[in-house]
Design a protein around this ligand. Structure first.
Ligand SMILES: Nc1ncnc2c1ncn2[C@@H]1O[C@H](COP(=O)(O)OP(=O)(O)OP(=O)(O)O)[C@@H](O)[C@H]1O
Ligand SMILES: [Mg+2]
Length: 296
C-alpha cells in the first residue's frame, strides 16, 4: 500500500515538474486540481444539485470541471443531466474501460464521471483493481476542479473522499433531523480522520430567509467549535426555490434552465466564496489518491 502511494507521489512530482517547465510562472497556481467533496448526514438535502450547479458556476468562470458521482450504490448525477452513460466507474474498476473512456462531455461545458452501481466500498476492491483505479484517477489531473458527489451518511467510502478533499462541503437543510445528522457526520469526520486540515464548509440549503440560514449555520459552527474543537466555515445558503424541483423534473441544471433564479444566484455566490478561500498546500489530486487508498 505504501509502495503504491509512493509510486503515485513520484508520478505527481514528475507531472508537476513537467508542468512547471512548460507553463509560464503566473499560471502555475491554476494548474493545481482542487478537489471538493460534497457530503451530508441526511439524504435528499440537495448534494447532487449543489454538486452539479456548483460545477456549472465554476465552468462559467472558465474552469475545467469534472463532477464525479462517487455514489457507488445508486448513481444519480447522470440522471439529473438526462444522460444514460454506456460506461461508468464500474467498468473502470473492472478494467474494462479507462477513466478517459468513461469521462463524458455534457452540453453544459462540464464533464462527468458516472457512478457505478453495486459497490458499497472502495475498500472492498482487490489490490489489482485498486492499483488500476489509482492509475486511472491520476488521469483526471488536467481538471481545475473535481467535485465529488457522495452518497448520504457515513461509510468508509464517503470518509475517504472527505479525507482526500481540499474542501469538504457539508450540506444541510434547516430541518432538525438534517441538522442533527449534519452534526453527526461532522463529528465522525472529526474523530475518524487524522490530521484533518481541509476546509470544512457548511451550506444551508432550502432556506426561507437569510436569517434562518444564519441561525442554522451559527448553531452548527458553535457546537462544532465547542464540542469538537473543529473549525467549520459558513460557505453560504441556497433559498428554497421552485426552480430547483422544476429543473430536476426536466433533468437540466437550474443554473442552465433558470440562471437568474434565486437558487442560481446563491450557487454563484457560494462559488465566489470558494474562490476567495485558499487551497491548502498539500492538497490536490495527489493527496486524494494517497489518502483514499491508505484508508481501510
Ligand atoms: N434549494 C432547493 N429548493 C427547492 N427544492 C430543493 C432544493 N434543493 C433540493 N431540493 C429538492 O430536493 C430534492 C433532492 O435533491 P438532491 O437529489 O440534490 O439531494 P441529494 O442530497 O443528492 O439526495 P441523495 O442523498 O438521495 O443523493 C430535489 O429533487 C429537489 O426536489
Ligand atoms: Mg444525490
Amino acid at each position: 500500500m505504501e509502495d503504491q502511494a509512493e509510486q503515485l507521489r513520484e508520478l505527481m512530482r514528475a507531472k508537476n515538474n513537467n508542468t512547471q517547465t512548460t507553463t509560464p510562472a503566473k499560471d502555475k497556481q491554476s494548474r493545481k486540481t482542487r478537489i471538493i467533496t460534497v457530503a451530508s448526514g441526511k439524504g435528499g438535502v440537495g448534494k447532487t444539485n449543489v454538486s452539479v450547479n456548483m460545477a456549472l458556476a465554476y465552468a462559467r468562470l472558465g474552469k475545467k470541471v469534472i463532477v464525479m458521482d462517487a455514489d457507488l450504490g445508486l448513481a444519480n448525477v447522470n440522471v439529473m443531466l438526462n444522460m444514460i452513460p454506456k460506461y461508468n466507474l464500474y467498468h473502470v474498476i473492472r478494467k474494462q474501460k479507462t477513466m478517459k473512456d468513461i469521462l463524458i462531455d455534457t452540453e453544459y461545458g462540464i464533464q462527468i464521471v458516472a457512478g457505478a452501481s453495486g459497490f458499497s466500498k472502495i475498500a472492498n476492491l482487490s489490490e489489482d483493481e485498486r492499483q488500476n483505479f489509482i492509475n486511472e484517477l491520476y488521469t483526471l489531473s488536467n481538471a481545475d476542479i473535481i467535485i465529488i458527489d457522495t452518497s448520504a451518511g457515513v461509510s468508509n467510502n464517503v470518509l475517504s473522499f472527505v479525507a482526500a478533499a481540499d474542501d469538504a462541503v457539508i450540506v444541510t437543510t434547516p430541518e432538525p433531523t438534517a441538522i442533527t445528522d449534519a452534526y453527526g457526520i461532522i463529528k465522525i469526520i472529526a474523530t475518524e480522520i487524522d490530521n484533518l486540515n481541509m476546509g470544512l464548509k457548511l451550506v444551508v440549503n432550502r432556506v426561507k430567509t437569510v436569517a434562518e440560514a444564519k441561525k442554522v449555520a451559527d448553531r452548527m459552527i458553535n457546537i462544532a467549535g465547542q464540542f469538537l474543537n473543529l473549525k467549520v466555515d459558513y460557505l453560504g445558503f441556497i433559498y428554497d426555490d421552485p426552480a430547483v424541483p422544476q429543473a430536476v423534473l426536466r433533468q437540466k441544471p437550474f443554473m442552465v434552465l433558470d440562471p437568474k433564479s434565486k437558487a442560481s444566484l446563491c450557487v454563484q455566490h457560494i462559488v465566489g466564496r470558494m474562490e476567495k478561500t485558499e487551497i491548502r498546500q498539500d492538497g490536490g489530486l495527489g493527496n486524494l489518491i494517497r489518502r483514499l487508498f491508505n484508508r481501510e
